[in-house]
Design a protein around this ligand. Structure first.
Ligand code: HEM
Length: 539
């Protein structure tokens, strides 16, 4: 009998995990969330604000908090659990929706969903108050992010609340992203880019093969570059099932972030019994196997090292895995970090390449200026050794760099969420109380005409040093800013530069799509709902 019940539960959960029916979803959602509130106080109720006096208990002056209480915002559904969720029921164009709200409600406004209160900050100075704060109580990820994050990967720097452990880890890992550590992978990046060119040639070689996608090829190339840089091993070549690793990461992201739009799967009890969880587990197991193989290789290498070699080893030249092993980090924590950073590096960087290529395809005059710069750098014999562009020469690709920064202004990859463990003073008139979460949307700041005149225009010169100097430092948040900003800025920018320089040196790029065709969806990062289409003709 119990077996039968379990099968029924299993089947229903499979159904919930696989099908999407709006009416059913709404009714189940309301019903389930009520039950969940009762059963799982830990997740939702304790996170909620039970009464306003309690909320303001730690304040010195009540006035700025009164401003908080009277902040405008869209009227929420009377049930706090649902709140403003209905405004975000569709995952399409959420950044644009937040932009419309900003226009309507002004620099700060309130939202509520899943029983959590949010304040949305829409000015560079308010973003600075949050992101520039050095108070670790302002570093926490939001409850939604913590709930979505797989407990299996809990030791990763991305999810650690800012504290001593986070600080130590960030310092240790940062060494692996310094120029010295990165530059020794230069030839590997070019080797991977050559493979990418072959794949692109194959895809676009016939006249009939037009209007094709490149996102998958960009991602595989970026994955190979990132994995070799972070781990020191080309797992796409060496590990038996390395090729599957990249696809596994995609599947993993899809499952995790799909939970936002199937909120019942946010409840741990249901999640762990769902078919989606089993799929996620299988993916993690597969990735764990590959990482384990890499760690074993390092162990062999260490065993062969003499004491002198070990002592002479310069920490600044180590890969990320090597750095962690030499710092005595255990295998589980190394695994958590490797998987997470591989996922972040591959997703963010290949997406940045995708958007930049699209905007260069739409703006052929800027594409041509980049190409002239690239040709000049590649054709200078000082810059090329054994057929490979020297690492130092990448610095000369200034115009390309400005185009990448401008692409990330137009298409920033994230929405930044933080949960306040201590009140946050925005200015003399506004203090946001503890326990509230805060949202900063780079898309909104990047479209403020006072920071970026004619924000709809693609204008790389916005990133000329003299123009950057004129702007508020927190008006550009593609890599976030402040103490918890992107740890891989340097590496990410180098990867995007190498990939784009290789493509533009080999092909002329155009697209049949327009910016209006691009719908944005938030699933981990801000992705295009469908990959853009391109035409690549060989030069
Ligand atoms: C062009 C590519 C990239 C972009 C646009 C980008 C953007 C970002 C942004 C906006 C954040 C802040 C997220 C938040 O606070 O919610 C972030 C954090 C982070 N990024 Fe990147 N990223 C890129 C590439 C990379 C690469 C290649 C790595 C390294 C492998 C990396 C590692 C990280 C880490 C570890 C954090 C979290 C830092 C912390 O919590 O202390 N990123 N990134």
């Amino acid at each position: 009998m119990q077996g039968l019940n379990l099968t029924l539960v299993d089947q229903s959960l499979n159904y919930l995990g696989d099908e999407f029916n709006v009416t059913l979803l709404l009714s189940i959602l309301i019903l389930l969330l009520f039950v969940v509130m009762k059963l799982h106080r830990k997740h939702f109720v304790s996170a909620s604000i039970k009464n306003e006096n309690e909320l303001f208990a730690s304040c010195e002056s009540k006035d700025p908090y009164n401003t908080y209480k009277s902040l405008p915002g869209p009227t929420p559904f009377p049930l706090r659990l649902i709140g403003n969720s209905l405004s975000f029921f569709s995952n399409i164009n959420i950044p644009q929706k937040l932009f419309q709200f900003a226009k309507k409600y002004g620099p700060y406004y309130r939202l509520t969903f899943l029983n959590e209160d949010y304040v949305v900050l829409n000015t560079p100075s308010a973003a600075e108050a949050l992101l520039g704060s050095t108070n670790v109580k302002h570093f926490h990820r939001s409850r939604l992010q913590e709930t979505l994050w797989p407990t299996e990967l809990e030791q990763s720097i991305i999810i650690l609340p800012g504290g001593e452990e986070w600080k130590k880890k960030r310092k240790m890992l940062s060494r692996a992203f310094m120029t010295l550590a990165l530059q020794r992978h230069n030839s590997c990046w070019h080797k991977q880019c050559e493979r990418m060119v072959e794949k692109l040639e194959e895809r676009f070689q016939d006249e009939g093969k037009k209007d094709n996608i490149v996102a998958d090829i960009l991602k595989q190339c970026t994955f190979a570059m990132s994995s070799e840089t972070l781990m020191g091993v080309d797992i796409t070549q060496e590990a038996e099932d390395g090729a599957l690793f990249c696809e596994s990461l995609d599947e993993f992201n899809r499952i995790l972030f799909g939970r936002i739009f199937r909120p019942w799967l946010l409840v741990d009890w249901i999640w762990r019994r769902s078919s989606e969880y089993r799929k996620a587990r299988a993916v993690v197991d597969g990735m764990e196997k590959v990482t384990h193989l890499v760690i074993e290789k390092y162990k062999e290498k260490f065993l062969l090292e003499s004491v002198e070699e070990r002592n002479a080893n310069d920490e600044l030249k180590h890969t990320m895995i090597e750095t962690m092993m030499r710092n005595g980090i255990d295998e589980k924590a190394i695994f958590d970090e490797t998987i997470t950073l591989l996922a972040v590096a591959t997703d963010a960087t290949s997406l940045a390449e995708h958007y930049a290529l699209f905007l260069l395809a739409l703006n052929p005059e800027h594409q041509e200026l980049c190409r002239q710069e690239i040709d000049k750098v590649f054709e200078d014999p000082k810059n090329v050794k054994n057929g490979i562009l020297e690492f130092e020469a990448l610095k000369a690709l200034n115009y390309l760099e400005r185009c990448i920064l401008e692409s990330l202004r137009i298409y920033p990859l994230t929405i930044i969420l933080r949960r306040l463990e201590a009140p946050l003073k925005i200015d003399e008139n506004l203090v946001i109380p503890k326990d509230v979460s805060v949202i900063v949307t780079p898309y909104v700041l990047h479209n403020l005409p006072e920071c970026y005149p004619n924000p709809e225009n693609f204008d790389p010169d916005r990133f000329l040093p003299e123009n950057v100097k004129e702007r508020h430092p927190y008006a550009y948040l593609s890599f976030s800013a402040g103490p918890r900003n992107c740890m891989g800025i340097k590496f990410g920018m180098i990867e995007v530069k190498v990939v784009l320089a290789t493509i533009l040196r080999n092909f002329v790029v155009s697209t049949p799509d327009t910016m209006d065709d691009v719908k944005l969806v938030v699933d981990g990062a801000v992705n295009p709902a469908a990959p853009m289409r391109f035409n690549l003709s060989k030069r």
